[in-house]
Design a protein. Structure first.
Lengths: 279, 303
């Protein structure tokens, strides 16, 4: 094999490269922000699928349920059914899309093998977690804002407790983003992820008071609902909009915070151990 | 370990087991800075496992691995920054174009303003005309070039190429080796695994051969080539029969020629004399010197 003669090369010596890289600590934030940016760009490139479609779906729920039930159901005194429904739909959309973002990104990367591009660089498990979680939260919030924006045609703007809204929105997206990371790491095939989504995430969100108040349920199912952490997220989030709720929003925030801590701890343990990522 | 004098790659008694398979069974190896090192072995010998451990994609059961003196587990940040890996599988992220892929990969290594180097890598790997193309629209060869570019985006002093030319055309193979050889001459350490033994013979200064997770040969390429003295002669004769005493040694090939392996030229003289005595005329004679493939085959048979 004939090899070519050497030619001068600008700034390509290994030593130069080493100097340029400097100390790892100085560039950690850039590593996380690059992964975070990549995750944002990933869902933004398919914005019709990742943002527009869920907004349209939520709008359809609103049209159907408000048309059918508006005149028949009043959950809280002085609150129309549509006003009751909108915060639930916004929260449900945020929950599902935050979960989808991290879980689908990870399963696709694993199935296509390009997860290796994220595993080879000097990113720690914590940075990995923060980047995927951050992108999931952002997608959840964008979809939530989109749903809220289109529902303003049907429900006048009202937000008596904006800080509660923000706290619940952030916590909800973070919880589901973290669960999405766990699901994405655990699942080895798309149908395993679909099972996770259809048999766990969907029932938890649908059976959590999006379309009804748990006070309308028999005592047994009320108790069951109170064991569903998503119920607290929707109930507390709705409180921010209508000023009324089934439980104390402070208690709900505590439950949500505890859930976030627990699921984050589980995710970090899995990532640190390299479970299904590093053999 | 003194990092100034540390090997570019250090492997100490590395062991790794996958369920019933002992993928690595006590591999020890030092590769010095600036070497172009070949890692050869049949499928399942442990080459990719070894590279995965170096890259942090797998964890060794016991033993140690270090890049430029940095332990790949304890000091993984430094170790991974010193290492560029071209994976064996043709993987790509279909969401991004070539330039985005390289910018994102730079970002993972903490490099924000890296466009100058990205442009240069793309230029040398003929990726510039495809910079704005989505990666899923690249040909197989272009995807392979992009993998190489991704491995080099942070200018690692140590480059690992895991069968980089598998299934690629001659042009790409040649341009790839031009670029990698130049990086090696400029001081980058290169670890290459390949099934194309002529590539390893031409490029690698030293070679290790793995079999069943063990190093069964480790030496300079020129020393390995001297391990076998088996020459081969190919003869075309004007007759269909050969002397009786050579009938076991002379084998007919598909082209209708006779082949014989011999270890010293006296044997060849004896053969030619025997053929002359039997009245057979030699119409053509080709001699082939032993190459790395012969050595490899020989070592794999013996161990």
């Amino acid at each position: 094999m004939n090899l070519p003669p050497s030619t001068p090369h600008r700034d390509a010596s290994p030593s130069t490269g080493e100097q340029r890289l400097g100390q790892p600590g100085a560039t950690l934030a850039r590593g996380v922000s690059a992964l975070f940016y990549k995750e944002l760009l990933r869902f933004w490139k398919v914005v019709v699928q990742t943002v527009v479609a869920p907004v349209v779906t939520a709008l359809l729920y609103l049209l159907i349920f408000s048309h059918v039930l508006e005149a028949h159901v009043q959950v809280y005194p002085g609150v129309s059914y549509t006003s009751f429904l909108v915060p639930g739909l916004v929260m449900m959309s945020m929950l599902q899309n935050a979960f989808s973002n991290s879980s689908s990104s990870l399963i696709q990367s694993k199935m296509q093998g390009n997860i290796v591009f994220v595993l080879l660089p000097p990113l720690s498990y914590l940075e990995f977690f923060l980047a995927y979680l951050g992108a999931a939260v952002i997608r959840g919030l964008i979809v939530g804002l989109g749903v809220w924006a289109v529902t303003l045609w049907y429900v006048p703007f009202q937000l008596p407790h904006p800080l509660w809204m923000l706290a619940y929105a952030l916590l909800a997206c973070a919880i589901m983003g973290a669960i999405g990371i766990v699901a994405g790491i655990w699942a080895e095939k798309y149908d395993q992820l679909a099972a996770f989504q259809n048999f766990l995430i969907l029932p938890l969100t649908f059976l959590s008071g999006v379309f009804y108040s748990i006070h309308s349920l028999p005592p047994f199912w009320q108790a069951v609902s109170r064991g569903n952490p998503v119920f607290y997220l929707i109930d507390g989030f709705r409180y921010a909009f209508v000023g009324q709720s089934d439980t104390d929003p402070g208690l709900g925030l505590l439950v949500a915070g505890a859930c976030f801590v627990a699921i984050s701890a589980l995710t970090l343990v899995l990532l640190k151990s390299g479970y299904k990522l590093r053999h | 370990m003194n990092r100034a004098t540390a090997p570019a790659i250090h492997l100490g008694n590395l062991r790794k087991r996958f369920r019933t398979t002992q993928a690595l069974d006590g591999v020890s190896l030092d590769i010095q800075p600036g070497e172009f090192f070949g890692l050869l072995g049949p499928n399942g010998a442990g080459k990719t496992t070894l590279i995965s451990i170096l890259a942090g994609l797998a964890r060794a059961d016991t033993g140690e691995a270090a890049i430029m003196g940095y332990d790949v587990v304890r000091d993984y940040r430094h170790a991974r920054r010193a290492l560029g890996v071209v994976p064996q599988e043709l993987v790509y992220d279909p969401f991004f174009n070539v330039r985005e892929t390289l910018r994102i990969q730079s970002g993972y290594f903490g490099l924000k303003h890296n466009d100058g180097w990205i442009d240069e890598i793309m230029h040398h790997l003929d990726l510039t005309p495809h910079a704005d193309k989505n990666t899923q629209n690249l040909s197989g060869g272009m995807k392979r070039r992009l993998l190489v570019a991704q491995a080099l985006v942070h200018k690692p002093p140590v480059i690992v190429l895991d069968e980089p030319t598998a299934g690629v055309d001659v042009d790409l193979r040649r341009s790839l080796w031009e670029f990698i050889s130049r990086l090696n001459r400029e001081g980058h350490t290169v670890l290459l695994t390949t099934h194309y033994l002529e590539e390893a013979e031409a490029l690698c200064g030293r070679i290790a051969m793995l079999k069943s997770g063990r190093v069964v040969a480790l030496d300079a390429t020129r020393n390995l080539l001297q391990l076998t003295n088996e020459h081969c002669a190919q003869l075309r004769l004007d007759t269909e029969t050969v002397p009786l005493e050579w009938q076991g040694r002379l084998l007919r090939d598909a082209e209708g020629c006779w082949r014989v392996n011999f270890s010293d030229y006296e044997e060849l003289e004896t053969l030619l004399a025997g053929l002359r005595a039997a009245g057979a005329r030699v119409l053509e004679l080709h001699l082939r010197e032993p190459d790395l493939e012969d050595v490899f085959t020989d070592i794999m048979k013996r161990t």
